[in-house]
Design a protein around this ligand. Structure first.
Ligand SMILES: Cc1cc2nc3c(=O)[nH]c(=O)nc-3n(C[C@H](O)[C@H](O)[C@H](O)COP(=O)(O)O)c2cc1C
Ligand code: SF4
Ligand code: FES
Length: 678
């Protein structure tokens, strides 16, 4: 028998403590009294048959998540003992059959995927059945299913065409492509074809990219897309083109001529864990996922945690427009990714690793799966690694979608089967991470740096960098360049060298106008600073950031206000909606910039807009919970700094100097985009 109700966690905690020793009848009365609470924490009372005591579990309020300090098992019947604010409401992780908790085996996504595979969408009756079978409240299932773009709550059309609308595709004709497709399918029935925008598909080097029924097509024309969509309408099997490519030999691979996994082989017998940390520290290895946090510190923190259960997570979500380097690394150096994760497990005493990969990376998922199986067969993974008493299990988790899933705590929430809403920090994942356990979480490229350093030594690592920087860097270059792609360059190389030598310079002999060193989050820098070095500090000094190495190049035909609008729309679309500054602020910013692109604004109003934009930017940067909301103002702030006159011309003279913003396609505005549903 279960009673549910809404309670103020604080009130309920106090009341329940007093009630805990009372009879079942008292608890029933309490359950029915339904104290209302603004925080909407949900309590669930489990009244065991024939038991005189009851167990109580508090669910976190919808927008707050449990904190492991309050998860200690207790012998008392009241398991929420000790918490005092809604923030600290806790899940019981024990054997509560009726409680919703992160299932550490098959998470809810597997069930949802199975249903979607059978029906093409998630019918209500099936969700109700799942709720009963799994003893999971329907609202919880619905809140997850409705959040992720991967799941459909209504039958999809036969051909679901999604055109990537983000930076690199936008610079390569995505807007015109969508307009062309809309014309071609103008007379189609909605149940046959639906055309919508979508966020970056991870193919920025082959723009424009589209997906049809989740199969990705690159460098497409409207005619090509139309043909594939007609195939889908007829019910043909859509084949995603997978060009066969030989593996690219990389300087970063220490095993080109040697047996792979040499570092793990040595470590298993030497057990020199402290030495690993010392070497990573001496090498000054920083995280390559964007923030540049020292890797040795992160690993050391996890290593010092007394908890016997720990995890290692590899962040291969890479969903920011322009970011494609991890795709390349996973394709060409899968053994280094896995070796880096095993080393992290051995050093920190974590016995399980999860590689979290975006769902658009089917090929890389296969490559990694194959490599993992090979490792299990050769005893490098699993129980008793290479005959020792050390264990490390590794599995791949396919993301249900959304840029926000790349934020480390949101990613953890996703693995646990929840909505991918970032957690408040601290505590950090190194202390309280996956399933409330200490967790190492690093980017793909960070992991591959570890075996490089340990196999070849610090001197080798230092020598790979240029101009005082250390190591090698994988960068994606896309936009208006002759040879878009992923390049392995020395850290510290001048941006000019990367854009003009590696990527072949600006396409069609045009001039460089601007570049984003790392997708929208880095903002834009003008051509005049193209000699800036590819390095954490050098780019920070230039008012930008190294981020994830996603260089997007704009030639002199680009409208920078249009690019800023495109970037803020990306953030608005991908905002998880958990906090107001980002959810509302990104929409307000997108609305303001859209108005600016269309001109006709009085000077006094423009001045007021500029002041409001500053306030908004500050509020978002200072008060958003996670990096997404904090960084969302960067693109427009950089355009205001470096290309102010271009904005003035739009707003005050009603002209777009690049002839982009007043075209019919731009004036038509956006179509509804597929994405996260806050
Ligand atoms: C909105 C958002 C998206 C992110 N996406 C990624 C991502 O796709 N891959 C990644 O490694 N880090 C991403 N990060 C950074 C992670 O939160 C985290 O800092 C990183 O995975 C840590 O690994 P590192 O120390 O090796 O860089 C993202 C951060 C934010 C705020
Ligand atoms: S800043 Fe944006 S993405 Fe991050 S938690 Fe807040 S609403 Fe979600
Ligand atoms: S695939 Fe279009 S911007 Fe990345």
């Amino acid at each position: 028998m279960y009673l549910t109700g809404s309670f103020c966690a604080e009130t309920a905690a106090g009341v329940i403590k007093k009630q805990a020793q009372k009879t079942t009848r008292n608890l029933q009365e309490l359950g029915e009294s339904r104290i209302q609470c603004a925080a909407e924490s949900v309590c669930l009372y489990r009244l065991g048959r024939g038991e005189s005591t009851a167990r109580v579990v508090f669910f976190a309020p919808r927008r707050e998540k449990p904190n492991a300090f309050y998860l200690q098992r207790t012998s008392l019947p009241v398991v929420c003992k000790g918490f005092c604010t809604p923030l600290r409401a806790a899940h019981l992780q024990g054997e509560m059959a009726g409680a919703f908790r992160a299932r550490q085996g098959d998470v809810i996504f597997d069930d949802l995927r199975a249903i979607q595979l059978r029906h093409g969408f998630l019918p209500k009756a099936e969700l109700e059945g799942l709720s009963q079978r799994s003893q999971t409240p329907l609202y919880q299932i619905h809140s997850v299913a409705s959040f992720y773009p991967h799941f459909h709550l209504a039958p999809p059309p036969k051909a679901e065409i999604r055109v990537c609308a983000d930076m690199s595709c936008r610079l390569n004709g995505a807007c015109e492509l969508r307009a062309g497709l809309e014309r071609r399918f103008a007379n189609s029935r909605p149940e046959d074809v639906q055309i919508r925008d979508v966020s970056c598909l991870g193919r920025c080097d082959h723009a424009p990219a589209i997906s049809i029924n989740d199969h990705i097509f690159t460098e497409v024309t409207a005619a090509h897309a139309e043909e594939a969509a007609h195939g889908a309408i007829r019910g043909d099997d859509i084949q995603e083109p997978h060009p066969q490519q030989a593996r690219v030999a990389c300087k970063a691979d220490p095993y080109i001529e040697n047996e792979k996994y040499g570092v793990v082989r040595k470590l298993v017998s030497s057990r020199a864990w402290d030495d690993v940390l010392a070497q990573l520290k001496a090498a000054e290895l920083k995280g390559m996922g964007g923030a540049g946090f020292p890797t040795s510190m992160k690993w050391d923190l996890v290593r010092k945690q007394p908890d016997p259960v720990k995890y290692v997570v590899c962040n291969a979500d890479e969903s920011e427009p322009g970011t494609i380097k991890d795709r390349f690394i996973m394709t060409n150096l899968p053994h280094l990714v896995i070796e880096g994760m095993i080393i992290a497990g051995l050093v920190t005493d974590a016995k399980r690793g999860i590689l979290y990969i975006r769902h658009e990376y089917h090929l890389q998922e296969e490559i990694l799966g194959e490599e993992i199986r090979r490792c299990y067969r050769s005893g490098l993974l699993g129980k008793k690694i290479l005959g020792s008493d050390l264990d490390f299990e590794l599995e791949v988790f396919v993301s249900p979608g959304g840029y926000i899933c790349g934020e480390e705590s949101a990613l953890i929430e996703a693995i646990e089967g929840h909505r991918a809403e970032p957690r408040n920090k601290p505590p950090f994942p190194g202390q309280i991470g996956l399933w409330q356990k200490p967790t190492v979480i690093n980017n793909v490229e960070t992991f591959i740096n570890v075996p490089q350093i340990l196999a070849r030594g610090i001197d080798w690592f230092v020598a790979q960098g240029a101009n005082g920087s250390r190591g090698l860097k994988f960068v994606g270059v896309s936009g208006h360049v002759t040879r878009p792609g992923i390049f392995e360059v020395p850290m510290g190389a001048p941006m000019r060298d990367v854009i003009f030598n590696q990527a072949g310079g600006v396409r069609g002999g045009r001039k460089l106008k601007a570049f984003a060193p790392s997708g929208p989050s880095s903002g834009f820098l003008p051509a005049s600073v193209v000699d800036v070095r590819l390095d954490f500090k050098a780019l920070a000094d230039a008012g930008s950031m190294l981020g994830s190495g996603a260089i997007v190049v704009c030639d002199d035909t680009t409208c920078m206000l249009d690019m800023a609008l495109n970037a803020v729309r990306f953030y608005r679309n991908e905002s998880c909606g958990k906090c107001v500054p980002c959810r509302v602020g990104s929409q307000k910013m997108a609305d303001m910039l859209a108005r600016w692109t269309q001109g006709g604004i009085a000077e006094s109003q423009y001045r007021a807009d500029l002041a409001l934009l500053d306030d908004l930017s500050q509020a978002m940067s200072l008060t958003s919970i996670c990096g997404l909301g904090q960084i969302a103002p960067a693109p427009i702030q950089s355009v205001l700094k470096h290309f102010r006159s271009e904005i003035d011309t739009h707003v005050l003279q009603g002209q777009c100097p690049s002839g982009i913003c007043f075209t019919p396609a731009a004036r038509a505005g956006e179509v509804q985009r597929v994405g996260i549903h806050p």
